[in-house]
Design a protein around this ligand. Structure first.
Ligand code: NAD
Length: 360
């Protein structure tokens, strides 16, 4: 197979971690008879420095012509970087919002997985996380409260504000289909999270998800209220496979799920549209405090590349090869500084990339 990938190294540690992900991706492709072509584009601060804007139309066109986008991270130190003296629409983050919009990326996926070797970093008690957990939060990304009409006004002398939570059935159906499709690649369970005891939008959400479920008799569907889900994530995280939810609930729950893994440098993510196209990136930021030192943890980006193989290219076996190599490196006692503990060998970013390649 030929893989045509656009890369956005970005800012801060971005170029360092993307270089490692490319190295690992090339290795697994070479071993399995695939060819991979990378085209780099600028986005965020790096694009501001060259073009004066965080994302150009040319860069969008390059991304659109690829099968998938692999991104590092964008942005700088928000208190000292000159990028943050610019108006909001010219700052690095505007590039990210712009590309998500241009590529119609409506489904955000964030896995939360507890590695045995890193369980000491998990803030939950042993009896709760002892059996481990492996879940994926699927968050709707382009609708709901964050995109509805909003205004602030004065009524009877009182400052008043309103936000609108709106979803139509098509927006719900397309992300539900994604969630069920992805559950089939995992453990065949979807937990749909809503607030159907209060909100009309949630009642429609639940109805449409049930309709979609009829086409997936092999996938177990359960519904859970969002407040209960927030509790269950810290009480019994092992019960979840795919959690499907709307934009704001997903925003909050995906951060909660990340925190229970305890290691930000390990968390991958993907944003998909209704084709096989996706943008893959680590969940963390550009870590300007450690940029250029070759000490960043590249694993979140490497695991994002594995997600790309699985969800854009349906190369499940190759994705698993990368995930297994990551597990093996941890088992062999190698760690970057952020996850290092006593008895382990502290290695830099590029050495971690090499060690993972050696296990492929
Ligand atoms: P951050 O995630 O960059 O860093 C938080 C802390 O975690 C820092 O101490 C950092 O050194 C550490 N860290 C993060 N990733 C690491 C890794 N791979 N290995 C080792 N340590 C790591 O969050 P922040 O400091 O709040 O944000 C920095 C910049 O990143 C800001 O400009 C912010 O807007 C941007 N940001 C970008 C994205 C994105 O591109 N999608 C996401 C979040 C933040």
């Amino acid at each position: 197979m030929e893989l045509n990938i656009t890369c956005i190294p970005g800012d801060g540690i971005g170029p360092e971690i993307v270089a490692q992900a490319k190295k690992v991706l090339s290795r697994v492709c070479e071993k399995n008879g695939h060819t991979v072509k990378y085209t780099d584009i600028l986005m965020g601060g790096a694009s501001i420095d060259v073009h004066g804007v965080p994302l150009t139309d040319e860069a969008i066109a390059v991304a659109k012509s690829a099968d998938a986008v692999l991104m590092g991270s964008i942005g700088g130190d928000t208190t000292t970087s000159p990028w943050y003296k610019l108006p909001p629409e010219k700052r690095p983050e505007a590039g990210l919002l712009g590309i998500r919009k241009a590529l119609n990326l409506f489904a955000n996926l964030r896995p939360a997985y507890l590695y045995d070797e890193l369980s000491a970093a998990c803030p939950l008690k042993e009896e709760i996380c002892g059996k481990g957990f492996d879940m994926l939060i699927m968050r709707e990304l382009t609708g709901g409260l964050y995109f509805g009409e909003r205004k602030t006004y004065e009524e009877n002398g009182l400052r008043t504000a309103v936000d609108t939570l709106i979803y139509n059935e098509n927006e719900i159906r397309r992300i539900a289909v994604k969630a069920f499709d992805i559950a089939r690649k995992r453990r065949n369970k979807v937990t749909s999270v809503d607030k159907a005891n209060v909100l009309d939008s949630s009642r429609l959400w639940r109805k449409v998800v049930c309709e979609v479920a009829e086409d997936y008799p092999d996938v177990t569907l359960e519904h859970m209220l969002v407040d209960n889900c927030a509790m269950q994530l810290v009480k019994n995280p092992g019960q979840f496979d795919v959690i499907l939810t709307e934009n704001m609930f997903g925003d909050i729950l995906s951060d909660e799920a990340s925190m229970v893994t305890g290691s930000i440098g390990m968390l991958s993510s993907a944003s998909l549209n209704d084709t096989k196209f996706g943008l893959y990136e680590p969940s963390h930021g550009s870590a300007p405090d450690i940029a250029g030192k070759d000490i960043a943890n590249p694993i979140a980006t490497i695991l994002s590349a594995a997600m790309m193989l699985r969800y854009t290219f349906d190369l499940d076996k190759e994705a698993e090869t990368i995930e297994k190599a990551v597990k093996q490196v941890l088992k062999d006692g190698y760690r970057t500084g952020d996850i290092c503990s006593e008895g382990c060998e502290n290695v830099g970013c590029s050495r971690m990339g090499d060690l993972i390649c050696e296990r492929i």
